[in-house]
Design a protein around this ligand. Structure first.
Ligand SMILES: [Cu+2]
Length: 411
């Protein structure tokens, strides 16, 4: 026994050193990760009054929590050091000190009340809905967000509903009320620079306010784990000047323009009707007999919808805002535009020269290979054979060429 003791001590000392080193690395890594510059989803960089309210509350709460934390750690350190085991006799055991205990119960209660007052008033301010100037609906679905603008006097007037996906376009300085729900599981809508997060729950409508002080693009992502491609369920809010927003709205409801006869895009239109239109709506599209083609995603997709592609090329991203429709340079032109030019840069839409063709082509070639989705026909018993996401469609490269030519005109 005598001989064993020293080796054990040496071993436990080296492992303690190792643990200390690992902890130091972990703390340092966390600290360094917190220093990220230019992070588009930074809650410490609010860009509108709602996020600003949360930020101001954060400052108060972190200050109080910080002081409490420092005091607690200081007292603990002194106690650990002063009363460490030095082989002294066990101290006298008592029932405690009632006066001290009462004081130590009252102080935290007072602190909690002090934190609760600004917290509750911030919550109430963030839940106000009577000053809304524009209502926009979002619907979560595995794994993308549908964004729709119901007919209303708000948003500067919406006379015809607008349906889009992935990116929500708003007017800077307008108080937007997002009404959100879900078609399948619980998702969560969060644009960190504009407001806190809100769970979007099937069968319920939850609201969240959004307002951006300045034109710009504000990124977010689904923050409630919602299955296989949760990480590929992103969204962006694009805020622009009033004139640009009006131009965007007008463009969204423009009548359908069929491709010129004899072009590649015209072949794409037929391919689209044959291959895509059972799931994807393109407003105003007609078939060979001149009949309107109406998508039935509710019969072809388990959750009941597929993105409306009427104006696909007016968005900058696709498939849950996870991939860019714009090439890197063109996307940088929008992201880095001066605040007054954001709208104009965004309104240009995707042109042939700006198209990020590689990603879109990959998507059409085999969507579930690009974004994991439940589409394997062999394992779809649970959903009556309906995919959750876009299935593999075995298109030829010629068909893909045609479809891209057709989609490029959807703007
Ligand atoms: Cu989600």
């Amino acid at each position: 026994m005598q001989a064993v003791t020293p080796t054990t001590t040496v071993k436990s000392v080296t492992s303690r050193v190792r643990i200390a080193r690992l902890s130091a690395v972990a703390v340092l890594a966390a600290a360094v990760a917190g220093c990220a510059q230019d992070a588009p989803q930074d809650t410490w960089d609010p860009a509108g009054p709602n996020a600003q309210k949360i930020h101001s509350l954060d400052n108060v709460v972190y200050a109080i929590a910080g002081v409490v934390g420092v005091i607690v750690f200081a007292v603990l350190s002194v106690a650990f050091w002063k009363f460490r085991d030095r082989g002294q006799p066990i101290p006298e055991q008592s029932h405690g000190k009632p006066a001290l205990e009462i004081v130590l119960t009252i102080i935290p209660a007072m602190i909690l009340i002090g934190v609760a007052i600004p917290s509750v008033s911030t919550l109430m301010a963030l839940n106000k809905t009577d000053d809304t100037e524009c209502i926009i609906n979002v619907t979560g679905q595995q794994w993308w967000w549908e964004v729709d603008y119901p007919v209303q006097e708000g948003c500067g007037g919406i006379d015809e509903p607008i349906v889009t996906s992935g990116q929500m376009v708003i007017e800077a300085g307008t108080k937007v009320l997002v009404r959100g729900t879900s078609r399948d599981v619980i998702h969560s809508w969060w644009i960190p620079r504009l407001n806190g997060k809100r769970d979007m729950v099937p069968g319920r409508v939850h609201t969240v306010r959004l307002e951006a002080d300045e034109p710009g693009i504000y990124a977010g992502q689904c923050t409630e784990f919602c299955g296989l491609s949760h990480a590929n369920m992103r969204m962006e809010v694009v805020a622009m000047e009033p004139d640009d927003f009006a131009a965007w709205k007008a463009n969204q409801v423009e009548a359908y323009v069929a491709p010129e006869e004899g072009t590649l895009a015209a072949e794409g239109e037929s391919t689209f009707v044959a291959q895509c239109s059972r799931c994807h709506q393109v407003d105003g599209l007609t078939d060979n007999d001149g009949e309107l083609v109406i998508a039935r995603p509710d019969q072809n997709v388990w959750s009941g919808a597929a993105p409306n592609l009427t104006n696909l090329m007016t968005r900058n991203t696709f498939a849950g805002a996870s991939w860019d429709l714009l090439s890197n340079e063109c996307r940088a032109d929008v992201w880095e535009a001066d605040s007054a030019d954001v709208g104009a840069a965004y309104l240009e839409g995707v042109s042939e020269s700006c198209l990020n063709e590689v990603e879109l082509r990959e998507w059409l070639r085999n969507a579930p290979a690009k974004k994991p989705m439940y589409t394997d026909p062999e394992s779809l018993e649970e959903t009556n054979g309906l995919p959750r996401g876009m299935p593999y469609l075995a298109l030829s490269e010629d068909q893909i060429d045609q479809l891209i030519a057709y989609l490029l005109e959807r703007k």
